[in-house]
Design a protein around this ligand. Structure first.
Ligand code: PFF
Length: 496
């Protein structure tokens, strides 16, 4: 396996691919709601604190260690301390599980992209989404109720992913990011520009930003801000690590981190302007309060937006397709990143080529993802998503802090990172954050997530959470104990 198959052609490819990973569904369907329901304008204080205290310092750490090793996450972790190899597989497998369910959302969005040309969801978008399309059911037997149209849409997505990912890194992901990420920002500007001119937009925006300062003393909004930043910047998912290991010698990682965090925040705040202008318009047309319209997740994208397009007249035939294309591009550039950590780790341990590893992983992913093309899929997706994001990844973030900041020793990176940085310079404050503040804050968020899953989950949800956990732990164990086939596996060189 030649290493250059896994190297960015330029710093621009690295930054754009990383922005592509960060800017995803979380920015479009999660952030506007989180901002609104956690104090509106007042949310900016915890949000900015979370970016400065956690987002940027943690990304710098993940990048720094990834850059140092120029090898996959599993290989580097094993080099740092052989007892931690399990963690080296745990995160890449967890992120690959995200990929599998993300492919379903991408498939649904692909269907809506086509429907939007004719408003094919009909007069009742809610019934269309959950009953006609997903045929949603919480009964396990509905796993046998296969929905071919969803399967086809998902397979189209997998073919696109294969087409991009099985090539050498720069030929596939690098080039595609350079086209799709700017395109994504451009279309978003058009959509938001249009939305702001709609009558009633100001009602929605006033509602969104109206600050509720009293909430600043509420613990939950601080947790919401930190949770949003972890998800939105894809922190601690071994993606940033892998992308940095693909860089050429001498990148300015600190300045790159700041650019990526800024671009991500710019995009999500822009998305919030668009979402709330549209809700303001809808509120004026229907006489329903914005508070009763606003929602997040699939409800926002596949129910509220189609409802708005239904009352928007002919403009909807332009805005609708543009909107669903934006969601598709945002999802695609994120999903492409979710295969990289596991793929690179497998290449390193088992000596397979990038192309063959990608083909195998994508075939496995596509087959397993068919679980989501059943009437049980919507329910399953919710459970796996909550488990991975509220529990598994947070364990990974804390473990990464311990391994990188304490065992690897983050101080080793400071001189190198500072010598390349044209902007911020690291000092003792950074060590204090990555060694103490981050592990403590993330542990608190993790406890909150666990309590939520256990106390609010139904019996079926708990059972499927445990099954997801078992799948993750067993797959991780298998990768850890399988003997290495590549003589280079024990030989992770250091660059710093
Ligand atoms: N950061 C992405 C978003 O905000 O939508 C979500 C994401 C991407 C999560 C990649 C996980 C991941 F591995």
């Amino acid at each position: 396996m030649s290493q250059d198959k896994n190297e960015w052609g330029s710093n621009l490819s690295f930054i754009l691919a990383m922005i592509g990973s960060a800017v995803g569904l979380g920015n479009i369907w999660r952030y506007p709601y989180v901002l609104y329901s956690n104090g509106g304008g007042a949310f900016y204080i915890p949000y900015i604190v979370a970016i400065l205290l956690m987002g940027i310092p943690f990304l710098i750490l993940e990048y720094g260690v990834g850059y140092n090793y120029k090898s996959s996450f599993a290989k580097a972790i094993k080099k740092i301390n052989v007892k931690w190899e399990y963690l080296g597989w745990f995160l890449p497998v967890a992120v690959f599980m995200i990929m599998i369910y993300y492919s379903a959302i991408l498939g649904w969005d692909g269907i809506y992209m086509i429907l939007s040309f004719t408003k094919g969801w009909g007069a009742d978008p809610n019934a269309f989404f959950s009953t006609t399309l997903l045929q949603s059911s919480e009964s396990v037997s509905s796993l046998l109720n296969f929905i071919p149209i969803i399967a086809i849409a998902m397979l189209v997505g997998w073919v696109i992913i294969w087409f991009i990912s099985h090539r050498d890194l720069e030929e596939g992901l690098g080039k595609v990011s350079k086209v799709l990420v700017p395109l994504l920002f451009l279309i978003m500007v058009v959509i938001v520009g249009f939305s702001l001119t709609l009558p009633g937009a100001s009602i929605g925006l006033a509602e969104l930003f109206n600050p509720d300062w009293s909430l600043l003393f509420n613990f939950n909004i601080w947790m919401a801000a930190f949770g949003q930043i972890i998800f939105s910047l894809s922190l601690g998912m071994s993606i940033a690590f892998t992308y940095a290991s693909y860089t050429k010698d001498g990148s300015d990682l600190i300045t790159n981190t700041i650019s990526i965090a800024l671009a991500n925040s710019l995009f999500e705040n822009f998305a919030a302007l668009g979402v709330f202008s549209i809700l303001g318009y809808m509120s004026m047309q229907s006489g329903t309060a914005v508070a009763d319209l606003v929602t997040q997740g699939t409800g926002l994208v596949f129910v509220v937006y189609p409802t708005v397009f239904n009352v928007l007249g002919d403009w909807a035939y332009v805005l609708g397709p543009l909107f669903f294309i934006t969601v598709y591009l945002a999802g695609l550039t994120s999903i492409l990143s979710t295969i990289e950590p596991l793929s690179f780790s497998i290449q390193n341990k088992f000596g397979l080529t990038r192309s063959r590893t990608m083909t195998i992983l994508i075939a496995v992913g596509a087959i397993v993802s068919m679980l989501y093309a059943t009437a049980f899929g919507g329910f399953l997706l919710g459970v796996v998503d909550t488990f991975i994001n509220q529990i598994a990844i947070l364990i990974g973030v804390v473990a990464e802090c311990i391994v990188f900041a304490w065992i690897f020793k983050a101080e080793k990176l400071i001189d190198f990172l500072n010598s390349k940085s044209k902007t911020l310079k690291l000092g003792k404050w950074w060590l204090l954050i990555v060694k103490y503040v981050l592990p403590i804050v993330v542990t608190i968020i993790w406890i909150g997530g666990m309590v939520d899953v256990i106390s609010n989950g139904t019996f079926e949800q708990l059972v499927f959470t445990l099954i997801s956990a078992a799948v993750l732990l067993i797959a991780t164990l298998i990768f850890t104990i399988l003997p290495a086939k590549n003589p280079e596996w024990d030989n992770a060189e250091e660059r710093v």
